[in-house]
Design a protein. Structure first.
Length: 440
């Protein structure tokens, strides 16, 4: 991801409180916090601000030798990438636990990166632990700064020292107007692999173990003059099935990514199409009124599974018929097949999602539809539509001034929506419609 904002990476061995510090500096609960060591596996980042100074804050997985964990080499690689990207590093240690081999390894890794760093002796919740922080002079000549991320102690001292080392360039602002795209889907459908294939860098750990990506990750790049920000998300499970703690926060994060996106890519597994969980996730996208694209991944397995593209397309459209006119793409993130079509589809859906209609064209289509098929009479009362206007884009939203709007049936509202789609497209985009009483 390219950004001219200074980059701050938080590193250290597992369970020293990196994610708690990240949340403290971010000002909101973004990273998953747990007593289980190794909870944060991928690096996550966001634009942060401290006393008017803006920077990009990056959290990382813990640095430690864990031969029994299949993902540990990947976690270390992610941390190395974060260090390479960083302008300055916060090295976090645990003043309550004292120096461990993991602290020595983390310190060595940070030193070898050549990046300036501050040493944060976390969990210094009392005077004894503040004094114990001096033990960390054994690791480095940098002054250990006693802090408690949980209790918000010593954070100002830490940030003052950090900003002394941080290259602040006036006028450095991240690009605005980016199209935010959420990758959503069940665990292990290939979201991380597609994310990496799209962004061209190994930012999200790819593993056959379901649920590997627990945090959301953002990556920004340009496509044909459009700036796209992809929000990789943890896999969503059915509500009520999520494990307490880590899994719960992952689900919340995934829903949050859908809510803050413009376009959602619902990723399906070609070997297990349109499950109940897929329908649940599609329902979340529908409820959020987000633009949508369906990507059937693992299509490299289609031949051996004897899958027919036309049949799969019809099946998918039928199962997700509450998402009308949705584009359906077929990719293999593993081989890279047709992945290049995804950004093009995103831009196409964005154009529909952000479309502003001319008032005279909108009125013509609506009143031709009303003339051909007026709202049905309810008893002795006939509802009537007097005026229509588009009140916003993203999503396209229309307000209908009406008589007896409460009597306009859902089926008639869907009829008007279909006429709008026939006339103006809105492929992949929701249409939001309000029926309000006529003024006066």
């Amino acid at each position: 991801m390219s950004s001219r904002l200074p980059v701050v990476a938080i590193v250290g061995r597992p369970n020293v409180g990196k994610s708690t510090l990240y949340n403290r500096l971010a000002g909101r609960r973004m990273a998953i916090v747990s007593d289980i060591p190794g909870t944060t596996r991928d690096r996550i980042s966001l634009d942060a601000e401290w006393h008017g100074k803006r920077f990009l804050l990056v959290d990382t997985g813990g640095i430690e030798d864990r031969p029994g964990d299949l993902l540990w080499d990947d976690v270390r690689a992610q941390t190395a990438v974060a260090l390479e990207d960083a302008d300055v590093v916060i090295l976090v240690v645990d003043s309550a636990a004292g120096i461990s081999p993991g602290d020595r390894e983390a310190t060595d890794l940070v030193r070898r990166s050549g990046k300036p760093y501050v040493l944060a002796a976390n969990k210094a919740d009392n005077l004894n632990r503040e004094v114990a922080a001096a033990d960390f002079y054994q690791l480095t000549t940098n002054d250990p700064i006693p802090i408690s991320a949980y209790h918000d102690r010593g954070i100002s001292d830490l940030m003052e020292k950090l900003f002394e080392m941080m290259p602040i360039e006036p006028g450095d602002e991240p690009a605005s107007g980016s199209i935010r795209v959420a990758l959503a889907g069940r665990p292990n459908v290939g979201k991380s692999a597609l994310f990496n294939a799209l962004t061209g860098e190994e930012r999200s750990i790819v593993s056959p173990i379901p649920g590997t990506t627990r945090d959301s990750i953002d990556s920004r790049f340009s496509f044909e003059g459009n700036e796209l920000t992809f929000l990789d998300t943890a896999g969503l499970r059915k509500r009520g099935k999520a494990e307490a703690g880590i899994e719960k926060y992952s689900v919340i994060r995934s829903i949050g990514a859908i809510e803050r996106s413009h376009i959602c890519i619902l990723l399906l597994d070609a070997t297990e199409l349109a499950t109940a969980q897929d329908t649940h996730i599609a329902g979340l996208i529908d409820q959020a009124y987000r633009g949508a694209i369906i990507v059937v991944n693992k299509w490299d397995l289609a031949a051996e599974r004897e899958l027919d593209r036309d049949f799969v397309t019809k099946t998918v459209r039928y199962r997700f018929k509450f998402l009308p006119d949705i584009p359906v793409l077929f990719t293999s993130a593993l081989t890279g097949s047709r992945v290049d079509r995804v950004p093009r589809a995103v831009v196409d859906v964005w154009e529909q999602f952000s479309k502003q209609l001319k008032p005279e064209e909108l009125s013509k289509v609506v009143f031709e539809a009303v003339g051909a098929n007026p709202p049905p009479t309810q008893g002795t009362v006939r509802p009537r539509i007097y005026k229509v206007k588009q009140t916003r884009t993203s999503p396209p939203t229309f307000e209908f001034s009406s008589r007896y709007p409460e009597l306009i049936h859902f089926s008639y509202r869907r009829y008007l929506e279909n006429r709008l789609r026939e006339a103006f497209g809105f492929t992949g985009s929701p249409i939001r419609m309000y029926f309000v009483p006529r003024d006066g």
